[in-house]
Design a protein around this ligand. Structure first.
Ligand code: PGA
Length: 246
């Protein structure tokens, strides 16, 4: 299956950075992988208008379509301005905004209802890894935060060990392989044969220097990239690594 390289800009980015998005889009004229950038909300519309080769996404949405929820944005509002993917359940939101698995599931359903692809993030903390609870944590997160209907079109799963996000620490290849193989097995046993084509991204300190090795690991179908997606030259190197790995 084709790999997906998705950039998560978090709360970074101003109008000037549309230039970087256009540069990345030009590079993706003939890449063999899929590429997406999830900028902050205020850039989605302009980014969508200025690109033709890459997809534009968002980093969060509300569970409802409309309502008296001051300061919130619905999945439908995001798709209307061009978001084709929406990240849900990122560990920063689970921690900073107390998002539980139940809320992540409702948000995933909201993304599906709006016709977009949900990038559902899961991953263990360092304490959980040290206590050898990684696989049980991943299982619990998938059981509770994925809805009944999951297809390769409506869902991407992102394995992001919390301790690897923004730290420069990356799990050993064997640890990534074990987690991705476990996620693949869970998806296959829960959703059947179709789940073989659900993409599983790795996220957490992916850089131009380690992307090649990460993309060579079985069941790694792409990457969710934070810090390195903010520098277009670094992000383009990661895109090249994904293209060359296929
Ligand atoms: P990072 O972030 O690449 O900066 O570690 C990844 C993420 O949070 O999705």
């Amino acid at each position: 299956m084709s790999k997906l390289v998705a950039g998560n800009w978090k709360m970074f980015g101003n109008k000037d950075m549309i230039y970087d998005i256009k540069k990345i889009d030009r590079h993706c004229n003939d890449t063999k992988c899929e590429v997406a950038i999830c900028p902050p909300f205020q850039l989605i519309s302009a980014a969508n208008e200025q690109t033709k080769n890459i997809k534009i996404g968002a980093q969060n949405c509300h569970i409802n379509t409309n309502g008296a929820h001051t300061g919130e944005v619905s999945a439908e509002m995001l798709t209307e301005v061009g978001a084709e993917l929406i990240i849900v359940g990122h560990s920063e939101r689970r921690q900073d905004n107390s998002e539980t698995n139940d809320i992540v599931k409702l948000k995933t359903e909201a993304v599906h209802r709006a016709g977009a692809t949900a990038i559902v993030c899961i991953g263990e903390t360092l304490e959980e890894r040290t206590a050898e609870q990684t696989l049980s944590v991943l299982q619990e997160q998938m059981l509770k935060s994925l809805p009944k209907k999951v297809t390769p079109v409506n869902t991407v799963v992102a394995y992001e060990p919390v301790w690897a996000i923004g730290t420069g620490l990356v799990p050993a290849a064997d640890q990534i392989r074990a987690a991705h193989s476990f996620i693949r097995g869970f998806l296959a046993s829960t959703y059947g044969a179709e789940a073989h084509d659900v993409k599983i991204l790795y996220g957490g300190s992916v850089k131009d220097t380690n992307a090649k090795e990460i993309f060579s690991i079985s069941n790694v179908n792409g990457a969710l990239v934070g810090g390195a997606s903010l520098k277009s030259t670094d992000f383009i190197e990661i895109i090249k690594a994904a293209s060359n790995s296929m």
